[in-house]
Design a protein around this ligand. Structure first.
Ligand code: PMP
Ligand code: GLN
Length: 377
């Protein structure tokens, strides 16, 4: 990845449409989230909540975000000063990096990484550095992490649960990140949009680790927890000084966002304990279906304990170019996936592919069937 061209997600999605391929590339569900949540948004539109909401988000949503963090993680945040509603997690990421990083400063990423961090760093005039997650479990080596941190580092981005791998970081790994953040006085941007989509084990909220509350901006959104990716309602939480810096940037990016969706997001968060399993449990079954199916076709998979995604090698194919493999796959099998090379800074990225299981079982079964019909890889 060397410039800000078309994102790999947009490229593969548009090729999938063009070729009538089943899209296991870009992560979005083919079934909307709970009807009850949609009904609140529809009512809000009909009730006339269609003009600019407050820039920091409507009070009921900021209270719901703070309430959710209190119930789930035991964190206390002021809805007035410590919570900011954004246009999806994407805007929270961009606004945070633009607010914190000046030209010449560095942002530490963990590759493979979600592309928005890299792009926002370049837009801010900063330099991305990357520590590579290695091995079957995409493990973080603390020494390698330290080797990428310098006096110019400002921010470390931690995406947990992790896109594209489906990894959940261990407590030990998170404590290493915390130790480095403390030692080098870094802000941690904790992108936790998959906080609710953990299938084995549980999610450890980074800001709740000792000493991390004061230096962490936590980011989440409606997209994944409630299968409403098109609503673009996200949020950032953290200490008032960091959140107000993000707010200062956000007001000139979108100013405000998503008036009628905000009451619906508040309703969803207030009822998260009841509504999230409706989203998570089908996903777990979908993960099993796709992972088992790919394995039986000869693909070797990394373990996946969370998110929408699983990574495999190229299976029966002999290609050494994952991008080429994905382009061919769309035409020859009618299935789209994402080459993970798009998520690495450097050359010599592993030759691997990311598949999403955020599709209904029948869709996944049809995709596996199509892959099974490929005669010559
Ligand atoms: N972070 C990660 C790791 C993601 O996978 C995504 C994609 N949904 C986002 C951020 C962006 O989320 P949103 O759609 O809320 O902007
Ligand atoms: N987060 C989703 C993915 O990783 C969607 C990406 C996007 O739309 N930019 O596929």
């Amino acid at each position: 990845m060397s410039s800000l061209g078309t994102t790999i997600f947009a490229e593969m999605s548009s090729l999938a449409v063009e070729h009538g391929a089943i899209n296991l590339g870009q992560g979005f569900p083919d079934l909307d989230g709970p009807e009850e949540i949609k009904a609140v948004a529809i009512d809000a539109i009909n009730a006339g909540r269609n003009q600019y909401p407050p820039g920091i988000g409507i009070p009921e949503l900021r209270q719901a975000i703070a309430g959710h963090q209190r119930r789930k993680y035991g964190m206390e945040w002021s809805p007035e000063t410590d919570v900011l509603v954004t246009a999806g997690a994407t805007e929270a990421i961009a606004a945070a990096i633009l607010a914190l990083v000046s030209p010449g400063e560095e942002v530490v990423l963990m590759e493979p990484f979600y592309d928005a961090y890299y792009a926002a760093t370049l837009i801010a005039g900063g330099s991305p550095r990357a520590v590579r997650l290695r091995g079957t479990d995409f493990s973080l080596d603390p020494e390698e992490l330290r080797s990428q941190v310098s006096g110019k580092s400002r921010v470390i981005v931690l995406n947990n649960p992790h896109n594209p791998s489906g990894k959940v970081f261990t407590r030990e790994e998170l404590l290493e990140v915390a130790a480095v953040a403390e030692e080098f006085n870094l802000v941690v941007l904790a992108d936790e949009v998959y906080e609710h989509l953990v299938f084995e084990g549980s999610h450890l909220h980074f800001a709740s680790l000792p000493g991390m509350r004061e230096r962490t901006i936590s980011i989440s959104s409606m997209a994944k927890s409630f299968s409403l990716t098109g609503w673009k309602i996200g949020w950032a939480t953290g200490p008032a000084n960091l959140v107000s810096a993000v707010k200062a940037t956000k007001q000139f990016l979108t100013y405000v966002n998503g008036a009628p969706f905000q009451p619906a997001a508040a309703f969803a968060l207030d009822n998260a304990e009841r509504l999230v399993p409706e989203v998570r449990e089908p996903l777990r079954a979908q993960r099993d279906l796709l992972a088992n199916g790919l394995a039986s076709l000869g693909f070797n998979l990394h373990p996946c304990n969370a998110t929408y995604f699983v990574i495999s090698d190229l299976g029966p194919a002999t290609s050494t170019d994952s991008r080429r493999f994905c382009l061919d796959l769309i035409e020859r099998a009618g299935v789209a996936a994402i080459p993970t090379s798009a998520f690495y800074l450097g050359a010599e990225a592993p030759v691997e592919v990311r598949w999403t299981f955020s599709k209904q079982r029948a869709t996944l079964a049809e995709a596996l069937d199509r892959l099974g019909r490929v005669k010559e890889w």
